[in-house]
Design a protein around this ligand. Structure first.
Ligand code: ADE
Length: 261
């Protein structure tokens, strides 16, 4: 078996058209063009066994809605494991994810761990439900939040995007995930939210850029950013603060914020 040199996603969906445009754009589009990631979509309907190409059926026991059938998903998954490209030989194990609101919430740490899998298959569940036996085909069930979407396609895109950021070379030198995990750059760190960012102009409709950022004093800027990260996390996501690696100075600032209410 050749060495895997890219991260490959195989998406099993009833709506492959969903993925065409989003995956051509911006950072992910560039990563695909550069061969850093491969994304292949597979239409589950092509693997339906009957002449009507049925992929869902009424639930046993009655009730509203249709349930996604297990056989086409299993057949699709089996076929996908044999597909090969130059960088990714066939017959290598996939890590199989089923998207469902009942899954484990997608978080920074999970995305970072998933990049190690190298070959990921994502089964896009449908909102009305999937046959319970489809769950047995998956290594993990993943949710992108406590709300119900009409299908698993948007969750699959979110997973691909979040994981791809950790593929070496995808983000380039600016805003690397390395920096993000300790300096608080890029939105969410492993523990703290990002500090506020500004660019020109200095003054806009009476709102000015904080003095510290204009000072040119790197130590002062670093200190201001750290305090703002702590403050923002305290105000918006106190749950994250509990997991954060806080210094004595951070803890003193948190105490100050608590006193201020
Ligand atoms: N399918 C529908 N809603 C979902 C969600 N929130 N996460 C993952 N898959 C879903």
């Amino acid at each position: 078996m050749g060495e895997l040199t890219s991260t490959r996603f195989d998406v099993l969906t009833l709506f492959p058209g969903f993925f065409v445009s989003p995956l051509k754009e911006s950072i992910i589009g560039r990563a695909v063009s550069k061969g850093l990631i491969e994304i292949h979509t597979h239409n589950i309907r092509d693997f339906a066994v009957d002449k009507h190409k049925t992929t869902d059926d009424a639930p046993y026991g009655g009730g509203h809605g249709m349930v996604m059938k297990v056989e086409p998903v299993a057949a699709c998954l089996e076929a996908v494991s044999s597909f090969a490209t130059v960088k990714q030989p066939g017959n290598i194990p996939h890590y199989v994810i089923l998207t469902t609101p009942q899954g484990v919430p997608l978080r920074h740490e999970m995305a970072k761990a998933l990049v190690e899998k190298k070959r990921i298959a994502i089964i896009c569940g449908r909102y009305e439900g999937v046959d319970e036996r489809i769950r047995g085909l998956a290594d993990a069930e993943v949710s992108v939040g406590d709300y119900v979407l009409t299908g698993g396609e948007i969750p699959a895109l979110a997973i691909i995007d979040a994981v791809s950021r950790f593929v070496p070379g995808v983000l380039g030198s600016v805003g690397s995930t390395e920096e993000e995990s300790f300096a608080g750059n890029g939105g969410i760190t492993t523990c703290l939210l990002e500090y506020p960012q500004y660019t020109r102009p200095v003054e806009w409709r009476g709102q000015t850029v904080p003095e510290a950022l204009l000072s040119g004093n790197h130590a002062e800027i670093k200190k201001w950013r750290r305090r703002e990260s702590v403050r923002r996390t305290f105000e918006r996501r106190p749950d994250l603060l509990k997991k954060a690696d806080l210094s004595e100075a951070d803890l003193a600032y948190v105490d100050e914020l608590k006193k201020k209410g």
